[in-house]
Design a protein around this ligand. Structure first.
Ligand code: SF4
Length: 271
């Protein structure tokens, strides 16, 4: 039988943007990653560019020296950092760098659910508080104005802006995307958040959290949406078509569209 997500005081749900994206992509992947907390070995080399550039931008925000580090990193890391750090947006007043948040979300309705994340930078620009998100390899979401990261971070900053001393300023979210192979190396994508936008995000979060907490079956999608997903060998999506199976091994579930597999066959249920 599937486990479900049941946050408690001792084991709260720290809801990150990755959880929301996983859920939208594939409930089975959400089940393995977030409910069962199964981790797969990944190649850290895939993240070297992003991690290094983010670290350098943080050092620059804190006025720490970076020249000695730039001598040691790859040309791609060095050029990406310099392109971002020399962009006009990096000259704006910095209020916070690597600004973490961990805030309760409607504790009366959802005790033990917290919104968590970390903003790359918060700046004040033209009487607006702006969250900056550096993009060094992964693409800016095509629906960036309504993407979960944009919504969740703006919603969190609305709760925290008083702590930054600017309770009255409006908010925006800016993806700052660097690509060395483009003529214009740095592009920005801005979303402004008014009251209606924040209310809409609150409503969407309530709906999504309720759906996730009530989920019992975590069914497979019709088609795998993520060819790099590490659970492809165990989730059941790659099982042979039933028409190719010998008669004596016909599955007990319907072949006409019910793609949920018998729970006992789920290899991670043993953990
Ligand atoms: S391999 Fe595809 S279908 Fe299976 S869990 Fe991952 S994303 Fe979902």
């Amino acid at each position: 039988m599937s486990k479900s997500l049941m946050p408690t005081a001792e084991n709260p749900w720290l809801l990150s943007v990755n959880h929301l994206k996983e859920w939208d992509k594939c409930r089975k992947q959400f089940y393995y990653k977030t409910v069962l907390k199964q981790r797969w070995v990944s190649d850290d080399g895939n993240f070297e560019l992003g991690k290094s550039v983010h670290a350098l931008m943080d050092y620059a925000a804190r006025d720490l020296p970076t020249a000695h580090l730039l001598e040691q990193v790859t040309p791609q890391i060095r050029e990406s950092f310099l392109a971002l750090n020399q962009h006009p947006i990096s000259q704006e007043a910095i209020l916070a760098s690597e600004f973490g948040f961990h805030i309760p979300f409607m504790p009366d309705r959802f005790p033990h659910v917290y919104l968590v994340g970390r903003m790359d930078r918060v700046i004040q620009q033209n009487d607006t508080l702006s969250i900056i998100d550096w993009k060094t390899g992964t693409a800016v979401p095509h629906d960036y104005a309504t993407a979960w990261q944009t919504r969740l971070y703006l919603y969190a900053l609305e709760q925290l802006k008083q702590q930054l001393g600017h309770a009255d300023l409006p908010l925006s979210f800016i993806y700052v995307d660097v690509r060395l192979n483009r003529q214009q190396r740095v592009n920005t994508y801005v979303t402004e958040a008014n009251e209606g936008y924040q209310q809409e995000t609150g409503t969407l979060l309530i709906q999504r959290i309720e759906a996730i907490l009530n989920e019992q079956s975590f069914t497979l999608p019709r088609e795998c949406p993520d060819k790099y997903c590490p659970y492809g060998g165990v989730c059941g999506i790659n099982e042979p078509d039933v028409a190719q199976l010998p008669l004596f091994s016909l599955p007990t579930v319907s072949v006409l569209g019910d793609d949920e597999k018998p729970e006992a066959l789920d290899p991670f249920d043993a953990f």
